[in-house]
Structures are given as structure tokens and as C-alpha cells.
Design a binder for this molecule. Structure first.
Ligand code: ZN
Length: 233
């Protein structure tokens, strides 16, 4: 016959097993997802692409600015060279020269902005690179910590699992199934102690006749309020 005492012992073992399994799962999760190195590497990659594009843009703007500058010089020499004398032609030449000059100024301002951004990006890249170096070193340490923790936890788990199967060998299957269903439904606690006439699972006061049935230990008594198995130590 399976006694509630045996099931209480099983539950204590299961609580420990749950903790070991939980720690094992957490360590495993961190080992698979805790690596900051990948995040930093992809950030660096993105920044490098941006830098490459921006440098191309800088080159194109520089070329365009030079072309407009040359044009501006040509227009100026036409304007002041004395070859054009017609006032109307001079006026339109002057207008064009002023337009081109404006364009040159715009492009120079754009170039200044671009080189500022490039400088910022290069500073950021240096920072990221040193961060990456640190992250790689730290991860190496953490990784080996996690690996040895996992190894220990696995051994611990195996030990407790061995104890558990020994314990459950002596239990009848129906009681065991009942215990397991209850544990799943009741937040991991299927068997509770009775102390001072109170169910320690739900804190409800138990009727005297129920307390007596628990005390006799002849059968499994369920709390009439929360449905857990009652145990008197
Ligand atoms: Zn209860």
C-alpha cells in the first residue's frame, strides 16, 4: 500500500528535481542565447556597410563640387575677361555665375556634414571594436562556467532521478498517477501537511472527523477545500 508519507517524500524529491531541471534549463538557455558577441559583430557589419556607402557619396559630392567650381571659374573669367560686352549677355552671365556659386556653397556644406558623420562613425567603430574584444574574452569565461555548471547539474539530476525511480517502484500506479495529476494542477504541491488543524496548502480549517481520518493514516484523505492530499507528520 502506498502511504501518504511515501508520497510526501516523493514530493520533496520532485521539488529538488524541479529546481535542478530549472537551473539546467536556465544555464542551457544562457549558453545558447547569452552571447553578446554576435550582436556586436552584426552591428559592426552594418556600420561598415553604412560607412562604405557614405564614403561613395562623399566621393560623388566632391567630384560634383569640383566640376561646379571649374564652371564657376570659367564663368568668372568670361564675366571679367572683357570679351562679353553686351549688357544683356553680361547680365545673364552674372546670373548664371551666381547660381553656380550657390551650388558650390551648397555642396561644400553637404561635404562638411558628410565628413562629420564619417568621423562620428569611425569613433563609434573603434568603441565597438574594443567592446567586442572585451565581450569575446568575457564570454569565453562565462561559457566555460556554464559548461561546467551544466555538467554538474546533469550528474545531480541523474542521481535524483535514480532515487526517484527507486522510490516510485514501491508505489502503486494509481496513487502515483493521482499524485502526479494533483502536482500538475496544484502548482507543484500535491501533498500538504496538516498543522494545528489547518491545511497548509490552502490554510482552511479541517473538520475534526477529517483530521481523525488523516491521523489514522489508513487511507489518502483529500482536503475538502483545495483537494490536496493531507499528511500529518
Ligand atoms: Zn487545502
Amino acid at each position: 500500500m502506498t502511504t501518504v508519507r511515501q508520497m510526501f517524500a516523493l514530493q520533496e524529491l520532485d521539488i529538488i528535481l524541479d529546481r535542478v531541471q530549472d537551473e539546467h534549463a536556465k544555464a542551457e538557455y544562457e549558453l545558447n542565447n547569452g552571447d553578446e558577441v554576435h550582436t556586436l559583430e552584426s552591428e559592426l557589419e552594418r556600420d561598415a556597410e553604412w560607412l562604405q556607402e557614405t564614403k561613395l557619396q562623399q566621393k560623388a559630392t566632391k567630384l560634383e563640387a569640383e566640376t561646379q567650381k571649374e564652371r564657376s571659374e570659367t564663368l568668372n573669367s568670361q564675366l571679367y575677361g572683357g570679351e562679353v560686352t553686351n549688357p544683356r549677355d553680361l547680365e545673364s552671365l552674372e546670373r548664371e555665375a551666381s547660381n553656380v556659386l550657390q551650388l558650390v556653397e551648397q555642396q561644400e556644406a553637404a561635404l562638411l556634414e558628410i565628413s562629420g558623420k564619417i568621423e562620428e562613425a569611425q569613433t563609434k567603430r573603434n568603441e565597438l571594436e574594443s567592446k567586442l574584444g572585451e565581450a569575446k574574452a568575457a564570454w569565453k569565461v562565462r561559457q566555460s562556467e556554464l559548461q561546467s555548471a551544466l555538467k554538474e547539474l546533469s550528474t545531480e539530476k541523474k542521481g535524483f532521478e535514480g532515487q526517484r525511480s527507486k522510490l516510485t517502484e514501491g508505489l502503486d500506479p494509481t496513487s502515483l498517477e493521482h499524485y502526479e495529476t494533483l502536482r500538475k494542477r496544484k502548482g507543484g504541491v500535491a501533498v500538504v501537511k496538516v498543522e494545528r488543524g489547518l491545511c497548509q496548502g490552502c490554510r482552511m480549517s479541517l473538520p475534526t472527523h477529517q483530521q481523525q481520518r488523516v491521523r489514522s493514516g489508513r487511507q489518502t484523505v483529500l482536503c475538502s477545500s483545495c483537494g490536496r492530499m493531507l499528511f500529518l507528520s
